[in-house]
Design a protein around this ligand. Sequence first.
Ligand code: ADP
Ligand code: MG
Length: 238
Amino acid sequence: MSEVKILSVSKSFNSSKVLNNINIDIKNGELISLLGPSGCGKSTTLKLIAGILNPDEGDILFDNKSVLKLKTEKRDAAIVFQEYLLFPHMNIYENIAFGLKVKKIPKKDVDSRVSELLETIKLSSEKYKYPSELSGGQKQRVAIARALAINPKILLLDEPFSSLDINLRNEMREFVLEIQKKYNITTVLVTHDKEEALIMSDRIAVMLDGEIKQFDTPYNLYKSPKTKEVANIFGERN
Ligand code: ADP
Ligand code: MG
């Protein structure tokens, strides 16, 4: 886990500005959400933190050190996408162990780490199954376990529940909260679902058109929205 700061970050694609002077500071072990409509720049922000993209301006700090020069593999940021991209030709155990093997962790340490994670996600008895033999929720749990295997400094979740049905979605929200508390891992959840952001987050960054309109606790967003847009999302000012 880590403290993460996004400082005055801007990003354009083909001369169109998709992020305009973004500032977010995330505390150790905090779970924040980026909440906003499709196209407002949420995924781009996650990719900048993960190092899949680099900003045009600004800086990104992990524990007060710039990570801009570090490639994705060196940043220890784990990203989970909506469509849980498991390796279809590897069983569950191998999927979770993959990142550890890449890091050349000794086999016995890989074994104990993967076993612990399998227990956490309650899939110990399915470890020799392949992704195609699992349900959507199970696959998503494996994807999260795989992300956690390397002990990342930050866990980045890009709309991880949106392809799941409503019951499963609730179950997965609880699961992520449980695991986030257990490992006390700094987490950024991307969502366009206000309820989800409210249930899950310590703080929410409300994004619109590449800008953060307010970054605050759920309570303060309700109680004292700072702009008309935020008031429209969280109920009127009174
Ligand atoms: P969100 O995740 O909030 O839906 P994104 O961060 O994916 O939004 O995208 C923000 C804007 O940037 C959108 O207008 C999108 O079309 C554009 N965009 C995202 N990635 C690229 C890219 N690689 N090349 C060009 N435009 C992009
Ligand atoms: Mg997105």
